[in-house]
Design a protein around this ligand. Structure first.
Ligand SMILES: CC(C)(COP(=O)(O)OP(=O)(O)OC[C@H]1O[C@@H](n2cnc3c(N)ncnc32)[C@H](O)[C@@H]1OP(=O)(O)O)[C@@H](O)C(=O)NCCC(=O)NCCSC(=O)CC(=O)O
Length: 462
């Protein structure tokens, strides 16, 4: 309203001016309007930077080697029958995970101590750990955080996870906080996308994006196989990422967020049901994983690639694709007889971080993207060292590449989150500088020199 009044005042004042100065005034007015428009557009579409990120590495006493896990389960005779213990043993042997993965302390007791207090403790331990590491790398004060996005699929207490962080770190009273829950493992890039959009409406701010899964209550104590698989794969971890839209931060930033893309396949029943929390026949709640999950993942990825393709593929690939479309249009052959042209996405990125959902998930993505082990190494190694870390896994994968000293200035990173819904969400990042290992998360410090190891099963030969 005030802008309209201001405009009218200027408009009428213009006609009161002598004729000779009207041209000059009009020019000044046009220049001022252009500058104003430029500022608005820059705010809306200005770059968002990743200043740094931290990943939680659980201390030794959280570790669950296979033998401990299986012994623990076999002692819980009222929860698991013998077949379920053996099934978990079989899955663990094929899961591509090491003896170093961790579960929250509540699980280590006999019987497990599943309480709200322990859920909170797990959440605090992981997120405070990741945030403290992040803030040891960046020179930003907590009072400068303007946006907070937390995500955790299976833990949604009140006060919310965001409130937990605001209380601990005394974030400012006007912080814009968002707590995402129930959204599965694809939420890493989705949370980034949300924070990016909020930042674009709030200039000169920092956004803190936190990702974790909570296992204290969400391990499954029953005998349904599709739910037992989750016990074997999901492990403890979380990440904290700091974003900035300050122009002055571009020199200090590690990455620029180039693009984000979200694909939701929830309208298709089989996709919707592929990761599904429900009660089993005994009334025990668990998260069932469908054996068809890989098909949903491939479908969601395909859609995501359609969104990203025009933005990230080099011109040569786009031209080849356009040529193929024209050939299809003018060909006398039926559509089904023509071999589809799949653009070479390997030309679009230097590093790829595929959600480490399980060996079969990574294998399905290797197949869909036609990539060799070298490209999926960060995913396999994250699964090996940490297990399935849900939405945080893509940040551990980037930390792996950084810790190996592989991320150079100008490199492009493609992060792919996959999870319940079924969703595929991805983010393209551009490295603003060659990453100095001392500014990378220490989560890999204890083992990076020994990795990669041979992936025990299912590796494709290239
Ligand atoms: C579970 C695996 C490690 C097993 O490895 P392999 O496939 O090499 O071995 P395999 O085929 O012999 O399977 C071992 C045994 O597990 C059984 N099995 C495998 N997947 C199963 C499932 N979903 N439900 C029930 N049983 C299953 C097999 O039938 C077999 O039992 P038998 O020999 O008795 O027939 C793998 O299949 C895998 O990584 N699956 C994907 C897991 C997954 O869905 N991850 C996404 C999590 S969700 C996520 O990350 C996102 C989110 O939550 O939002």
């Amino acid at each position: 309203m005030s802008l309209a009044v201001c405009f009218l005042r200027v408009y009428f004042a213009f006609f009161l001016l002598p004729l000779s100065t009207q041209t000059l005034a009009a020019s000044i007015y046009v220049v001022a309007c252009s500058i104003y428009l430029w500022i608005i557009l820059k705010r809306l579409w200005g770059p968002v930077y990743v200043m740094g990120f931290g990943c939680f590495a659980a201390p030794e006493h959280y570790r669950v080697p296979y033998a401990s896990f299986i012994e623990h389960c076999s002692l819980l005779k009222d929860k698991f029958d013998e077949g379920s213990v053996q099934f978990q043993e079989k899955v663990l042997a094929k899961a591509g995970m090491s003896q170093m993965t961790a579960l929250p302390l509540g699980f280590h007791y006999l019987p497990p101590r599943i309480t709200l207090t322990n859920e909170r403790i797990e959440c605090e331990t992981v997120l405070f750990g990741a945030i403290d590491e992040l803030f040891s790398f960046v020179n930003v004060k907590m009072e400068d955080i303007g946006v907070l996005v937390t995500n955790c699929s299976a833990f949604s207490p009140t006060p919310s996870m965001s409130s937990m962080i605001i209380n601990k770190y005394k974030l400012p009273v006007d912080v814009k906080s968002f707590t995402l829950s129930g959204m599965g493992c694809s939420v890493g890039p989705l949370a980034l996308d949300l924070a990016k959009r909020v930042l674009q409406c709030n200039p000169n701010k920092y956004a803190l994006v936190l990702s974790t899964e909570n296992l204290t209550r969400n391990l499954y104590f029953g005998n349904q196989r599709s739910m037992l698989v989750t016990n074997c794969l999901f492990r403890m971890g979380g990440s904290a990422v700091l974003l900035s839209n300050k122009w002055s931060d571009r020199k200090m930033a590690k990455y620029k967020v180039l693009y984000t893309a979200r694909s939701h396949m929830g309208a298709i029943d089989s996709c919707y049901r592929s990761v599904y929390q429900e009660e089993d026949s005994e009334g025990i709640i668990g998260v069932g994983l469908s054996k068809d999950l890989m098909k949903s993942a491939a479908l969601a990825l395909q859609h995501n690639m359609k969104i990203l393709g025009p933005k990230v593929l080099p011109l040569s690939e786009l031209l080849l694709y356009a040529l193929h479309l024209m050939k299809t249009k003018f060909s006398h052959k039926k559509d089904s007889d023509l071999k589809p042209y799949i653009p070479n996405f390997k030309l679009a990125y230097d590093h790829i971080c595929i959600h480490a959902g399980g060996t079969a998930v990574i294998r399905a993505m290797e197949e869909a993207l036609d990539i060799p082990f070298e490209h999926s190494e960060p995913s396999h190694m994250t699964l090996y060292r940490f297990g399935n870390l849900s939405s945080a896994s893509i940040w551990y994968e980037l930390a792996y590449e950084e810790s190996k000293g592989r991320v150079k200035k100008g490199h492009k990173i493609w992060q792919i989150g996959l999870g319940s819904g079924f969703k595929c969400c991805s983010a393209f990042l551009l490295a603003m500088k060659t990453i100095d290992i001392s500014t990378s998360s220490q989560c890999w410090a204890s083992c990076i020199s020994e990795l990669p190891v041979e992936v025990p099963i299912g590796r494709r030969s290239h």
